[in-house]
Design a protein. Structure first.
Length: 171
């Protein structure tokens, strides 16, 4: 979202700006305090949202950390299909609906988002024994990032059905 600062003050212009994702639509001339107030409010909302997301992912990670120590999860990871990946291979791509959960049997994996300019933002790093790709599965939404191997790696693939059977069986 962004703050739209313009001389256009027609209702149609306002609607168009809001439809484009404007958080605030300010028309010129404007009072400086209005702009500062809009920025302050947006920063506070952004911090609150980051905190809520962080807390929810922390809870999911705690559940998985606890589950990782259980023999059922270890057994599931041993029975999973293993795929060999070379350096910089994609494990999954942003925008694809998840059908599996992945774990690193050997090697390392990073998850990344790419912006409009083609620059990567690393969203996660995973080492041997780590599970990844489960956030989108829980949210029932497409992947918000892509997973890429950092070197040669063995990646285990656990089907969505097997993973949820384990999660619901061992609440």
């Amino acid at each position: 979202s962004f703050i739209f600062l313009t001389a256009k003050s027609e209702h149609l212009d306002f609607r168009k700006g809001m439809a484009m994702g404007a958080y605030v639509y300010l028309t010129k001339p404007f009072v400086h305090i209005s702009l500062l107030s809009a920025i302050d409010t947006r920063l506070k909302k952004s911090d609150l949202l980051r905190k809520e997301i962080s807390e929810s992912f922390t809870k999911i990670n705690l559940v998985l950390d606890e589950a990782r120590e259980r023999t059922d999860l270890q057994e599931l990871s041993r029975e999973a299909e293993l795929r060999i990946h070379r350096k910089k291979d994609f494990v999954y791509n942003e925008g694809v609906l998840p059908r599996s959960v992945f774990f690193v049997s050997k090697g390392n994996v990073k998850t990344v988002r790419t912006n409009e300019q083609g620059k990567e933002l690393i969203t996660g790093l995973y080492k041997e024994g780590d599970f990844f790709g489960y956030h989108a599965l829980f949210e029932e939404s497409p992947y918000q990032d892509s997973a890429v191997t950092l070197g040669d790696a063995e990646i285990g693939i656990v089907s969505k059905e097997d993973f949820f059977t384990l999660v619901y069986r061992n609440q």
